[in-house]
Design a protein around this ligand. Structure first.
Ligand code: ZN
Length: 546
């Protein structure tokens, strides 16, 4: 090369670099450990952000020399991950729990009664509502009856739901309001009757039909609750959620709240396939409104395993001749799936039992065939027959799973399923191998909101006390990389949102979290002692521990 040319080249390079010098960023974080969750799972030192988007992620020098910037944060090597994404939860359901008696973790029925009494004496609600009891934590593990509550509250209706939301205990006053007697039959539900008398225990549709009589929270109170809930979610590091089932009134409310800027967490909402929602979907199709995204239907195929409402091919191991039940007939499932396909919506179906899973997988097969990229999902995919795992691979179906369900249910899962069938339950790694991706979530308020608990349960298969040692069916634990992808880029992919978010790459939304410890490296037990230091949504600080 001639000297002249070298001079020209140097000149050209210096123009290029001065160009970069001129570029401004709003925020630079550096001296960090940034898990990008990109294709190669690369880790970088620094990231530049402008107008809520990532300008560049890269080596320390390159970023620090590349931009003029107002705010520069030295993270002293602290770990940064894409904002966490809960792939299956109930946003409004969680917000409502802020208004109800919390029965989670009650160690006996007496404790439930005590908590309800304390709550009642401090509140003036027309109905007493609660959630979270779990009879499998009590001695004897028997379902409760309402006798005590009939005596305590003869004139005030009361409904307390089991932790899985598929069973409830209500008192006589509530049964009277709903008009339930020992003779009442509700399709897709069960009213327990012993010695010709209702015990107050209701399953699935039997509770849903009664709940119609519970007064709704007024609109302005609801917004306050939901904003409090949103802040709780930022605090645990969530920037995105998949909201698993909106009624049409909820859809209208959320649209209003996102339109006027009352909410900003990224919400991919699934609509229950009721007429008003179907009409909305036909008209609006893939619907975006600020950070609200609607393009799917939520279908509920069966109940839950704990309350034996999950639909199994062979009977329950701990209840003779009992298979659980499907909540709709096959033609209804097909009709919804056809309608969704015509609109270009996804179908996300709650399937717990192997029979429910198979029924819906067959419907998917029939309706979408091998045409790829519908990204239809099975929510929970909890118990599967061995031969049914292939559906996920053959039809590009995505399992949306909840690792804390596994570690909550493992105490009694074998009782329900027996020692062979339980090996095919909560089979997350087997699902990953077939589907190529899994979406992780909590199903809050059924489980707690924390994505770190999800991560811990997914990789360790242990409960919070570190039991069982070595993990429950550990062969189905996920690697840390898979778990992190399952909380970031894979749920984004499953929503058709992966071009905008889910990994920390140039051009994508600046949604990220800074943690106190690196969950990719520390021992399992330390994961639960890790905290969110800061949460950023679209480049804006929405939570700080300071
Ligand atoms: Zn759910």
């Amino acid at each position: 090369m001639k000297v002249n040319n070298i001079v020209i080249l140097i000149g050209f390079l210096s123009i290029l670099s001065s160009c970069y010098q001129g570029q401004t960023a709003d925020l630079i974080i550096h001296n960090a450990t940034i898990y990008t969750c990109d294709e190669n799972f690369s880790i970088h030192d620094a990231m530049a952000i402008k107008d809520g988007k990532i300008l560049q992620v890269g080596p320390e020098r390159e970023i620090m020399n590349g931009y003029d910037c107002g705010e520069i944060i030295d993270l002293a090597k602290a770990p940064v991950y894409p904002g966490f994404h809960d792939g299956h939860c109930h946003f409004k359901g969680y917000a409502l729990t802020l208004n109800e008696v919390d029965l989670n973790g009650s160690k006996s029925f007496e404790e439930v009664v005590k908590r309800v009494e304390d709550f009642e004496s401090n509140n003036e609600f027309e109905w007493i509502k609660g959630r979270g009891w779990d009879h499998t934590l009590w001695e004897g593990e028997e379902f409760p009856t309402n006798d005590t509550f009939n005596l305590l509250f003869p004139d005030k209706p009361m409904a307390i739901r089991r932790v899985d939301g598929h069973a409830a205990l209500v008192n006589q006053k509530a049964l009277d309001i709903a008009g339930y007697t020992a003779e009442t039959i509700i399709e897709g539900g069960y009213i327990e009757v012993v010695d010709g008398k209702c015990t107050g225990l209701l399953l699935d549709n039997a509770y849903d039909s009664l709940a119609i009589h519970i007064p709704q929270v007024e609109d302005d109170k609801m917004l306050k609750l939901i904003q409090d809930a949103e802040q709780d979610l930022f605090e645990v590091g969530l920037t995105s959620i998949n909201d698993a089932g909106l009624e049409s009134k909820d859809r209208e409310d959320f649209i209003k709240w996102y339109s006027d800027g009352s909410l900003k967490i990224k919400d991919y909402a699934m609509l229950f396939p009721v007429k008003e929602n179907l009409d909305f979907a036909k008209q609006e199709k893939d619907y975006h409104n600020n950070n609200l995204h609607i393009r799917s239907f939520k279908v509920i195929a069966d109940g839950a395993l704990g309350s034996r409402g999950a639909c199994l091919i062979d009977p329950y191991a701990d209840q003779e001749h009992h298979h659980g039940f499907l909540l709709r007939n096959l033609d209804e499932f097909k009709e919804i799936a056809e309608a969704a396909k015509a609109i270009g919506y996804q179908v996300n179906s709650h399937c717990i039992g192997d029979s429910a899973n198979r029924t819906i997988l067959e419907v998917y097969e029939e309706v979408i065939g091998t045409e790829s990229d519908h990204r239809w999902k099975i929510e929970h995919a909890q118990v599967l027959a061995a031969e049914d795992f292939d559906y996920f691979e053959n039809y590009n179906i995505i399992p949306s799973i909840q690792p804390t369900h596994c570690t909550s249910d493992m105490r009694w899962a074998e009782d329900r399923l027996g020692s062979e069938r339980v090996r095919l339950a909560y089979a997350y790694n087997d699902l990953l191998e077939k589907a190529g991706r899994v979406v992780l979530g909590t199903d809050f308020p059924i489980e707690r909101t924390s994505p770190l608990e999800t991560f811990y349960a997914a990789v360790s298969r242990m409960d919070r006390k570190g039991k069982p040692e070595g993990g429950f069916q550990f062969e189905n634990a996920l690697s840390r990389e898979a778990a992190l992808r399952g909380m970031t880029i894979w749920p984004a992919y499953s929503n058709f949102e992966n071009a905008q978010k889910g990994s920390l790459e140039a051009g994508k939304d600046a949604d990220f979290v800074i943690l106190t410890k690196d969950i990719m490296l520390i021992p399992y037990a330390d994961i639960l002692n890790t905290f969110i230091d800061k949460t950023y949504l679209d480049g804006e600080l929405v939570y700080s521990s300071e």
